[in-house]
Design a protein around this ligand. Sequence first.
Ligand SMILES: [Zn+2]
Length: 416
Amino acid sequence: MKQIIHRRTDCRACASKDLELVFALKPTPIGDDYVSQDRVNEVQPSYPIDLFMCKQCGLAQITDVIDPDVLYGSYIYVTQSSFGLSSHFQAYAEHVVQRCQVAPGSLVMDLGSNDGTLLRSFKGLGMKVLGVEFAAHIAEQATASGVETIGKFFEHDLAKQIVASHGHSRVVTANNVFANIDDLRSWVDGISVLLSDDGVFIFESYYLADVIDNMVFDFIYHEHLSSFSVKPIQALFASVGLELVVIERVATKGGSLRYFVQRPGGPMQKDGSVAQLLAEEESKGIYRKETYDVFAAKIDVLKQQTLEFLKQAKKDGKTVAGFGASITGTTLIYHFEIGEYLDYLVDDNLAKQGRYSPGLHLPVLPSSAIYERKPDYVLVLAWRFAETFMQKHQAYLDQGGCFAVPVPEFRIVRNG
Ligand SMILES: [Zn+2]
C-alpha cells in the first residue's frame, strides 16, 4: 500500500540535518477535507503539524509530508470561482509588466496556474503565455479556454522539456503554491532552467514574521510545508546562481511577501528592500527558538480564555455555533481543543454547506442558521474576517445574540 505520510529528516531547502522543533501545533486531519454525508462514519486520521527551523539556513518547515494525491484528493478550488480575484490578477499582471519592463511577445509562465486567470491577464497585455497546473482536469479546461496549460507536477525535468518546446521565459510566476512544495530544490533548479538571461521569477507567499506578529498561527497546516522568510529564500536561490533583488509587501493572507529573483546583472535594480527585511528579521529574532516559546505561550493564553468561556457556556446550557468552515478553522479548533463545545459551523461558502468538518464532523450550515436556530453564542473561528462578519450580522446581535472572537485577543461582542 502506498504510504500516506513520510517524515523527512533534512531541510527541504539546504539539505542540512540540523533541524530544531520550534513550535508544535496539535495534530489535525487534512484541514480542508470537509466530508459529505456518505462519509460521516469514516474515521479521518490526524497528522502532526510540527514546525521545525533549519539551524543552517533558517527555513521554518513542516517535516511531515502528506502524499499530494491524498492531500489534494478533493482539490476543487478554481480561481475564477473566488469572487474578486480576477481584478486582483489584472492589476498584478500590469504591475509585473511595468516593474520588470517586459516587452510584448515575451513568454510568461505561471506555475500552479489553476484555470489560467492570471495568464489570461498577461495574454491581454500582448504576452505569450504557458501554464503548469498539476490538477489535470483543471489544466484541460484552461487549455480549452485559450490558455495553454501543461497538466503535470512542475520539477526539473519538466523544465528542460518546456525550454525545448517553448524556449526560455522572460517571466515566471508562482503565487501561493511555493509554500506547498516538498522538493524545493528540484523546483528552484527548474526555475533556473526556465529563465532567459534577462528572466525574472516572481512569487508570493505568506510571511513567517507576519505569522508571529499578527498571530496567524492557524495559517500553519499540512499544505503549507514551508513558512518562508527572507534569509533562507536568499540562500536557496543563491545555491542555483539566482539573486533575490527586490521584495514587496502584500497585505493578503495575514501578511505576505512578493519576491523578485533574477540572474546576477538582470534587468531589475536593487532597492534596499531585501537588506531592510533581513535586518528586521534579525532584530525580531525570528531565527531563535525563544521567539517561538513566547509565541506559543501567547497562543496558549488565548486557548485557555476560549476554553474557559466555552466550558461555562456549556455548563449554563447555552448553544454555540462556530463561524468559518475553512482550513484555518480546522487548525484553530484542534489546537484549542474546542470541538466538543461547538454545536455546528456556519459558512456562506456553498462548497462547504451540507458537509461535515474534518475529523469532528460538525455540520456546516449557511450563516442564515444563526437567525433560525438562534445560538446563544457564535465563536468567530475565521477571526481575520471578524469585523466584516459581525457588521454583516448586526441583526443577530439585535436579537440578543453574542459573538466571541478568540484571536488576536479574546473578546466578547454584544449589544449594549
Ligand atoms: Zn536549511
